[in-house]
Ligand binder design. Structure first.
Ligand code: FAD
Length: 358
C-alpha cells in the first residue's frame, strides 16, 4: 500500500517531535515514522544513573516546558522519556511505531520512502534519526585480542555487573565522566582520556551551552574566526554525581592507552594494567544509512547542509546529529529553532511548487 503526505519525518525522538510541532504550525500534512516501539527516542535506552547535562529549565522543546522536579537540578533519562511521551500526546502528533525507514529514493517529483511496513510518497523528508544507533569504537590495536568484556556506552546499564572487577573506562566526554563516576565506588576503576579532563565551571547551565553553540554558528556563517562553541567551555558538565566523585579524588584520569592485550591494557611507556572489562565511551556517528539511495554523502560520510537543508537535495532536511545541522540541533533546547527553520523552508518550497503546478 502506498500513502501520500507533504512531509515524512524519519525518527520520533526529540528532533522528530520538534519537527512535527513546527510542520503542524505551517499547516502541512505529515507523518512521523519511528523505529522504536514506544516514545522517548534514545533516552529510553540510557544507563540507569544518567543525568542530563542540561537542567530541566533549559531542556524544553517548542511550546511546552519540561517540568522541573523539586530538588533535582539535572533530570534523569526517565524524566525526558515521560516528557517526550506527554509532548506527542499533547500535540496529537501523528507518530507511527514501530516503523523502520529502509530507504529514501528520488522518484522525480516525489521522494519515495520505503519502510518495513509499506511505502510512503512525500514532497519533502526530514531526517531526524539521531546517533545512538551508530556507536563509534576507535581502532585501538589489540582490541580483538582482549579476553575480557568490551562494551560501548549504549550497552552500559550500571555498576552492579562489574562489582569488584577491574574496569577501564575510555573517554573524556560527559558519558565517560558519568560512567567513570558510576563505577568509581564498586570497582577498581581506571579512567583513560585522550587529554586531561576539561570540566566546565560547576555553575554553568544549559543556556550557556546553547549560547556558545549559537555564537559559533553565527561566527562561521559570517566568515569570522571559529569561537570553538561548547568545546571552548570544556568537555564535561560536572553534574552532581561527577562532582562528588571528582571532589572525593576518585576520578583521576590516565592518558589514552596504546594497545589492548589478552589480559589488559598497555600505555606508551610500557606500563600495563590488568582488566576484566573495557567500557568504550567514545561517541557516536549519525545514523544515515536510510539516505544512502540518494547518494548525497561526501568523502567523510557527512551530508553537506546549508542550515538544515541538504545541499544536494533541497527536499531533504536533517535535524539533530550535531552542530552541522544548526546550532545545538542535537540538544533538547537547540532543536526547536532548527526544526522551525526547516519547517518554514519546506513550507516555502512546497508553496512555490504548488503554484507552479498546472
Ligand atoms: P534520538 O533520540 O536517537 O531519536 C531518533 C529516533 O529515530 C529514535 O527513536 C530511533 O529509533 C529512530 N530511528 C533511527 N533510525 C530510524 C529509521 N531508519 N527509521 C525510523 N526511525 C529511526 N542533550 C541535551 O539537550 N541535554 C543533555 O543533557 C544531553 N545528554 C546526553 C547524554 C548522552 C549520553 C547522549 C548520547 C546525548 C545527550 N544529549 C543531551 C544529546 C541529545 O539530546 C540526545 O542524543 C537525543 O537523544 C537526540 O535526539 P534525536 O531526536 O536527535 O535522536
Amino acid at each position: 500500500m502506498t500513502r501520500h503526505v507533504d512531509v515524512v519525518v524519519v525518527g520520533g525522538g526529540q528532533a522528530g517531535l520538534a519537527a512535527g510541532y513546527h510542520l503542524r504550525r505551517q499547516g502541512l500534512d505529515f507523518v512521523v515514522l519511528d523505529a522504536q516501539a514506544t516514545p522517548g527516542g534514545a533516552w529510553q535506552h540510557a544507563w540507569d544513573s544518567l543525568r542530563l547535562f542540561s537542567p530541566a529549565a533549559f531542556s524544553s522543546l517548542p511550546g511546552r516546558l519540561m517540568p522541573v522536579r523539586p530538588g533535582e537540578e539535572y533530570p534523569d533519562a526517565g524524566h525526558v522519556v515521560t516528557y517526550l511521551g506527554d509532548y506527542e500526546t499533547r500535540y496529537g502528533l501523528p507518530v507511527l511505531r514501530p516503523v523502520r525507514v529502509l530507504g529514501v529514493h528520488d522518484e522525480g517529483r516525489l521522494l519515495r520512502v520505503e519502510t518495513d511496513s509499506g511505502t510512503w510518497h512525500a514532497r519533502a523528508v526530514i531526517s531526524a534519526t539521531g546517533t545512538w544507533w551508530r556507536p563509534f569504537l576507535p581502532a585501538v590495536p589489540g582490541r580483538a585480542d582482549f579476553g575480557g568484556r568490551q562494551l560501548h556506552t549504549v550497552s552500559y546499564r550500571g555498576p552492579g555487573e562489574f562489582a569488584g572487577g577491574r574496569v577501564i573506562v575510555v573517554g573524556g566526554g560527559n558519558s565517560g565522566a558519568q560512567i567513570a563516576a558510576d563505577l568509581a565506588y564498586d570497582t577498581e576503576l581506571t579512567w583513560v582520556t585522550r587529554r586531561p579532563p576539561r570540566y566546565l565551571a560547576d555553575d554553568i547551565d544549559g543556556r550557556a551551552l546553547f549560547d556558545a553553540a549559537t555564537a559559533r554558528r553565527r561566527a562561521l556563517d559570517e566568515g569570522r574566526a571559529d569561537t570553538g562553541g561548547v568545546a571552548s567551555l570544556g568537555d564535561i558538565v560536572a553534574v552532581p554525581p561527577v562532582r562528588e566523585a571528582r571532589d572525593a579524588g576518585l576520578l583521576k584520569a590516565s592518558p589514552m592507552v596504546v594497545r589492548l592485550e589478552r589480559d589488559g591494557v598497555v600505555w606508551a611507556d610500557g606500563t600495563r594494567a590488568p582488566a576484566d572489562a573495557v567500557v568504550w565511551c567514545t561517541g557516536f556517528r549519525p545514523a544515515l544509512s536510510h539516505l544512502s539511495p540518494l547518494g548525497l554523502r561526501g568523502p567523510r560520510g557527512r551530508i553537506a547542509t546549508r542550515g538544515t537543508r541538504a545541499v544536494g537535495e533541497p527536499r531533504l532536511h536533517l535535524l539533530g546529529y550535531g552542530d552541522w545541522t544548526g546550532p545545538a540541533s542535537a540538544t533538547l533546547i537547540g532543536v526547536g529553532r532548527t526544526a522551525r527553520d526547516a519547517a518554514r523552508e519546506i513550507a516555502g518550497l512546497l508553496g512555490r511548487d504548488s503554484r507552479r503546478r498546472p
